[in-house]
Ligand binder design. Structure first.
Ligand code: HEC
Ligand code: HEC
Length: 427
């Protein structure tokens, strides 16, 4: 079954206003962003292949160097001419192959591998290097930490994030529902509100959330800064208000001192938002076994994890879950929604997803695809916490998102692969 067929099966016939190709969906559904670092870091899949993000993993940089190394010393014109010849040669081979095989894109990528240049490299680390190079086109990219975060602002943000005194009743902090060292969520089906009652949604992880194209299940906040007010003032979450928060931060001398020293002034709404968001940007969980494998370490993944990754590809999970975050870059409907929900429970307003933001009927049941980094630690799953274990979530995805009957062995191996996405956790 080819990719188009899978998408047809998953999403049904195209509806007016909604394209069924997730890669097209990216450009249609994710509005271009400006100024925010999220936008800079988390380009949707279609864009990220062409526009390399500002921070590239070392492996890729060296790969490009190898590709162009022989030409580097030559004058510009000759170099450009050579490159053109090389590329046009590749293009004709790609066209020929795509005409033969009907798999244009895949073949283009294979032809583009600069294998010849690599073997000329006499670098002592060659085996590791070649392995990394052959992974240039993997749809999943390694996590790279944000540079230039001011450590004092990070530490102030951390303090605010963990301080229950910011809440209306002095008992709930951001960390009550997003425990950074425990996976960045609260382990509950639905987060408990101020009054101890279950809220509407399962808490997504705050780890790597900086890489989401937009924040929250319905994507209502374009940036981390813009997301801060929601939980602080929502009566069901922290039930506080800015007047109360700023009064507290100004009267607490240690806070006042830190704001003045590290943020150039007294506490303001803007500085509080900036400090918390800066802390959140520091929560990038590098070094997962999968990223080590992407970097060329053959021993980082076992056979079962590799075969799980292969299945993840084969079932086209990568159409929606790719990039650094293995998701987080687009909005998609939860499969055959009605079937999913009526199989589990009655539909209600929280299942309308993105519709709450856009008020477009085509956005009903559409959610921001969650990233799958550290998914091992963030059970239960989905916006309503309706999948209790990672295996349950994978099984539901195969059934409702890919449109196939799940097979136990595939589910098990995909879950093993997903567990290799757990990186270094913050303290
Ligand atoms: C009572 C529990 C609770 C508290 C307290 C809380 N959150 Fe959340 N958080 C949630 C839930 C539930 C969601 C999902 C809400 C939605 O999508 O509508 C969420 C979503 C988020 C997201 C979006 C993540 C993503 O993947 O889309 C971020 C970022 C976040 N919270 C940060 C914070 C910060 C910062 C604070 C403190 C100012 C905070 N949260 C306080 C429960 C909580
Ligand atoms: C058409 C896009 C699409 C495809 C294809 C897809 N997913 Fe998802 N995935 C989503 C969306 C949307 C959600 C969130 C659904 C919700 O919360 O209601 C999700 C959620 C998940 C979650 C739960 C994450 C969390 O934190 O709650 C896992 C695990 C997952 N997908 C794995 C997979 C696997 C494995 C495959 C392939 C078998 C797959 N997905 C295919 C869109 C997709």
């Amino acid at each position: 079954m080819d990719a188009t067929q899978v998408q047809q099966d998953v999403l049904g016939a195209p509806e007016p206003g909604r394209k069924n190709d997730p890669s097209v969906e990216v450009s249609l559904k994710v509005p271009p962003q400006s100024g925010s670092s999220n936008a800079d870091r988390a380009k949707p899949s279609a864009a990220s292949a062409a526009n390399a993000p500002s921070k590239q993993p070392t492996a890729e940089v060296s790969a490009d160097k190898a590709d162009d190394g022989a030409d580097a010393a030559k004058p510009g014109l000759v170099q450009r001419g050579k490159r053109w010849l090389r590329n046009s040669w590749r293009l004709s081979v790609a066209c020929l192959l795509s005409a033969l095989g009907g798999m244009g894109i895949t073949w283009c990528m294979v032809v583009d591998e600069p294998a010849a240049q690599v073997s000329e490299d006499s670098n002592a680390e060659a085996p590791r290097y070649v392995a990394a190079l052959s992974r240039r086109h993997e749809p999943i990219r390694p996590l790279v930490p944000f540079e230039d975060l001011n450590p004092d602002v990070v530490s102030l943000g951390r303090k605010l994030f963990h301080d229950p005194a910011l809440s209306g009743n002095g008992r709930v902090s951001c960390a009550s529902c997003h425990q950074p060292a425990a996976g960045g969520d609260d382990g509950l089906k639905r987060s408990l509100g101020l009054d101890g009652q279950p809220g509407s949604f399962n808490a997504p992880t705050v780890l790597n959330a900086a890489l989401n194209c937009q924040q929250s299940w319905d994507g209502r906040s374009p940036t981390l800064e813009q997301h801060v007010d929601g939980p602080l003032t929502d009566p069901a979450q922290m039930g506080s208000d800015w007047e109360r928060i700023l009064k507290y931060l100004t009267t607490e001398t240690s806070y006042l001192r830190e704001f003045r020293t590290h943020m150039e002034g007294d506490p303001t709404q803007e500085r509080v938002r900036e400090a918390i968001a800066t802390y959140e940007r520091s929560l990038i969980t590098v070094n997962s076994p999968f990223d080590q494998w992407l970097g060329g370490d053959e021993s980082a993944l076992g056979t079962e994890a590799l075969s799980g990754y292969y299945t993840f590809h084969k079932l086209n999970c990568v159409a929606c879950h790719q990039g650094e975050l293995v998701g987080g870059s687009m909005f998609q409907p939860l499969g055959d929604m009605r079937k999913y929900f009526t199989a589990k429970r009655q539909l209600d307003e929280r299942d309308w997803g993105r519709f709450h933001v856009t008020k477009r009927d085509s956005d009903r049941f559409v959610f921001r695809v969650p990233g799958l980094r550290n998914a091992e630690l963030t059970a239960p799953y989905f916006h309503d916490g309706s999948a209790a274990t990672l295996e349950d979530a994978v099984e539901a995805m195969i059934r409702y998102q890919v449109g196939q009957e799940p097979n136990d062995e595939e589910v098990r191996r995909i879950a093993i692969f997903l567990r290799t996405l757990t990186g270094d956790l913050p303290e």
